[in-house]
Design a protein around this ligand. Sequence first.
Ligand code: ADP
Ligand SMILES: O=C(O)[C@@H](O)C(=O)COP(=O)(O)O
Length: 434
Amino acid sequence: MSEKNLERNAVLGCIADDVTGATDLANNLVQGGMRVVQVLGAPDAKTLARLSEADAIVVALKTRSILAQDAISQSLKSLNALREIGVARFYFKYCSTFDSTEHGNIGPVSEALMDALGVEQTVFCPAFPRAGRTVYHGHLFVGDSLLNESGMQSHPINPMTDANLIRFLAKQTSRGIGLVSYDDIRPGVSSVEERLSRLRRDGVSMVVTDTCSDENLATLASACASMPLVTGGSGLAHFLPDAYRKCGLLRSGTFAPEIPSVKGRSLIVAGSCSKATTAQVKYMQEKCPCYAVDVAAVMEDDAAELEKIVQWAGQVDVSQPVLIASSAAPDKIAEMQSRFGAMEVALAIENFLAATTVRLVSDLGFNRLVLAGGETSGAIVRELSIGALKIGPEICTGVPWTESLDGERPLALVLKSGNFGGVGFFESALEMLK
Ligand SMILES: Nc1ncnc2c1ncn2[C@@H]1O[C@H](COP(=O)(O)OP(=O)(O)O)[C@@H](O)[C@H]1O
Ligand SMILES: O=C(O)[C@@H](O)C(=O)COP(=O)(O)O
């Protein structure tokens, strides 16, 4: 490929099924040395053409928990726009905890992308060892727990009750599923390539990959560098740039991501009920004014609850961050879900937190936003009408600062996966802006 082409086209087009997953992916690509722009919502080719200086474009959708057919249609729209501007390699990003149900959407979306691209085979690699996610004998671990014993079995929307990825993926697709085992990956790149081609000859098109370390991910990235489509968490993305560089697809060079220069008021909004976020909320309650959202009040009269929060936040000293959280323990979640319906509560809270954030930004001038939870963050950035994000430095594994690229007033944003970060995450994130 000529240097001219290297200058012009993004090498990699990514489609992420949620917005926190997208920033996690973008962060890993940046660390691998790519210049990355994140776009929010299914874009058209005209919008993407303006981003031609990026090495990778990450499209952040909110398709993890919607109907499979809708997820497919938004993913294909994004794929087509990326292809139209000349992108030839693609990454479908889902959660490192494989968040999905028996109906999808990981299997159906992967299948649709494979069909559209005419590819025979792709890999499924949720592993992200730096964040404690590993795959061994086809089973997904979070730290030293199997996925279904990690807390993810109590997720409000997609409780993960089976750690066996081959068995679970088989429920979402009729394609042949196989495994690149630890014994295949340990010897190195040619062993993986041989295993993949043997599986291909046997008609296996979806291949789960055992990956227990960064070394395994680097091996897999090299073995997949020529694949038009890979799928996974963000771990693999850290190593793909180097693999692309080695085969002449990507220019060399590095750049340092910049911290957002936004000065102003800080707002933390948590809609995740994960173990990590619940602990982060508890820690931060001791450090700054906190409003615990009354879920029953939201279900009964959301406008009144919103006004209550705006009044309350208006009285807080402007030098202090403000925390608004709906996070609750599994028994409280179950109680609300049985009273109002699981999806009804989830969507009502997402919409409520989004509307509340928009009011606080527009009326009270909050412009440094730390958002916790994938669905939650997705609903909020959509309501804020943010079109694209510049990726800044990493706060903790998988979570960077970002800055909005459009709108009159730039916003500094953290879109944190519910599961990520240590107990003092919110405090450390805001410290970085000082
Ligand atoms: N108290 C609550 N009861 C029931 N559901 C809740 C509660 N608080 C938040 N939710 C919902 O739980 C879901 C959490 O998902 P998400 O924001 O993606 O977090 P995570 O990143 O942990 O998956 C959202 O749909 C949110 O609206
Ligand atoms: O891969 C991951 O774990 C994250 O990037 C991710 O997808 C986050 O999703 P949420 O936990 O729903 O925020």
